[in-house]
Design a binder for this molecule. Structure first.
Ligand code: S3P
Length: 188
């Protein structure tokens, strides 16, 4: 486990770290937790996309459809992959419709798959209306089964989140990043 005091400058990312997994897996929360604990930069790819497009995702889906959203998502991924290393929480469908997305992430950095079940995800998502792809629990269960092999194939490492706190998951991810040399402890 890492020290709980923020250590700006102590931990340094060598490459971008992409968090993938189903909606509600904790991609944003875990990357924010690590950002605070280790003093490294993080960004949520969907929030960045919404700011860049000046529209919320639900409206992009409603007005232009999923294909248009996926085009923008790939463009945003390329943009973030080319910037200085940071933790990047990706949208849940990032590896499902555009095979090049997994290539972009693997070529630029390290990919962490956060695993969750549909029921576990539903318990964590307060308002599924903002997630056009969640629809309902039954569909979410099917979608997770369909997507699991794609998440596994794109992942450099997988971490179970079911029944665990954000803090516990974040600590495991930090251990992996340190072990793999993706994050360096300059005081070690
Ligand atoms: C999607 C997940 C969402 C968002 C969009 C599509 C998906 O991201 O990118 O609604 O296809 O699973 P989160 O996983 O951050 O909710």
């Amino acid at each position: 486990m890492v020290n709980t005091t923020p250590h700006t400058g102590r931990y340094v990312l060598q490459k971008p770290v992409f968090f993938i997994g189903f909606m509600g897996a904790g991609k944003t929360s875990v990357s924010q937790q690590i950002a605070v604990t280790c003093g490294v930069a993080s960004i949520d790819a969907d929030e960045y996309l919404e700011l860049r497009e000046d529209r919320i995702i639900a409206n992009i889906f409603a007005e232009d459809g999923e294909e248009a959203f996926r085009d923008i998502e790939t463009d945003v991924l390329r943009d973030l992959a080319g910037r200085s290393p940071r933790l990047i929480g990706c949208g849940g469908g990032v590896v499902t419709k555009r095979p090049e997305n997994a290539e972009i992430m693997k070529n630029a950095g390290f990919v962490v798959y956060l695993k969750v079940s549909a029921d576990g995800a539903a318990a964590r998502i307060p308002n599924t209306d903002s997630r056009p792809m969640f629809k309902n629990l039954e569909t979410a269960r099917k979608t997770i089964v369909e997507r699991a092999p794609q998440y596994e194939a794109a992942a450099s490492a997988s971490v179970e989140t079911e029944g665990r706190t954000i803090r516990e998951v974040a600590d495991e991810v930090v251990s992996i990043l340190l072990r793999e040399g993706i994050m360096i402890d300059t005081k070690a």
